[in-house]
Design a protein around this ligand. Structure first.
Ligand code: 1HE
Length: 267
């Protein structure tokens, strides 16, 4: 396996916890964790290595009161980019976010405060989103004379549907609280710390076999891009590999000898 060296990262703070859970924190709170070029490059680097570095699950967090304010608007203003320059910026965002979504390592986003613009694009690349009571979601691009460039047209539309996504961009509409969960922007809302809740979910996720998680966190997304016929074929192939993995035999044996946990309704 490859090794991850936290000292190689400046804008991301990396913490390895027990069980192969890594907490990756956007660490520019004074800039509300706005995504500058360097942060995107560090995300590309981390999520390129993680699938081959025995990372069992990732919690993606933001330092301070806000998860992420989106594109670094000051850097963008100062750079005065050409169309081609900004296209390449966006392609690096896609590189990072596609590595997250398709990389096969579960990514659980812990959200608080602003999850806006590119911050929502980043969060929507995670497999699970956990929000606290302060979290709010918006796409302010329309008001800033901008357009989404980090995948919102695909991923936010997947979460909330085309009409709501267009409304968010046109009017700057903000979603928060339980309504945001009902719409699919997050799967969990918690009273206390979204980070603590996300870590718990990551720890539970990390108990699954890595090959199962790999399939869940790469094959499902790939299959969404296929025709139903091709997706069914690909699903059969993936299940052929995953469902015969030697490491699964002990879990199957535990079910057979009745020592394995049964699925029960919530208390
Ligand atoms: C920033 C950014 C940023 C804050 N780029 N520096 N995104 C937006 O339009 C969101 C813009 N940001 C905000 O609306 C607010 O800053 C927040 C709601 C996130 C936070 O508000 P607040 O009152 O806590 O902080 P603040 O006073 O507005 O900002 C604190 C500092 O963070 C300040 O810097 P300072 O050096 O003057 O202290 C801000 O300049 C800085 N800051 N947000 C750069 N976004 C691939 S296309 C993607 C398209 C987009 O993402 S468009 C961006 C949408």
């Amino acid at each position: 396996p490859l090794t991850i060296n936290a000292a190689d990262y400046t804008n991301l703070a990396l913490e390895e916890r027990d069980g192969g859970v890594w907490v990756v924190t956007l660490n520019r709170p004074t800039k509300r964790n706005a995504l500058d070029i360097d942060t995107i490059e560090e995300l590309v680097q981390f999520f390129s290595i993680a699938p081959r570095a025995d990372v069992r699950a990732v919690v993606l967090a933001g330092a301070g009161d806000h998860f992420c304010a989106g594109l670094d608007l000051i850097e963008h203003h100062d750079e005065d980019r050409s169309p081609a320059d900004f296209m390449h910026v966006c392609l690096r965002w896609h590189e990072a976010f596609n590595k997250m979504e398709y990389g096969g390592v579960p990514v659980i986003a812990a959200l608080q405060g602003a999850v806006v613009g590119g911050g929502l694009e980043l969060a929507s690349s995670a497999h699970i989103r956990v929000m606290d009571q302060t979290a709010y979601f918006a796409l302010p691009e329309g008001q800033r004379g901008l357009f989404t460039g980090g995948g919102a047209t695909i991923r936010v539309t997947d979460l909330v549907g085309k009409s709501r996504m267009i409304d968010m961009m046109l009017t700057g509409r903000v979603y928060q609280g339980q309504e945001a969960v009902d719409l699919g922007l997050a799967q969990y809302i918690v009273e206390g710390s979204s980070l603590e809740a996300a870590i718990q979910l990551a720890e539970r996720t990390a108990e699954n076999l890595p090959l199962s998680n790999f399939a869940i966190c790469s094959a499902v997304s790939h299959m969404q891009n296929m025709s139903a016929m091709d997706a069914a074929y690909a699903e059969a192939v993936v299940a052929g590999v995953v469902n015969t993995q030697p490491d699964a035999r002990a879990r199957l044996a535990a079910f057979a000898d009745k020592s394995g946990a049964r699925v029960r309704p919530n208390e």
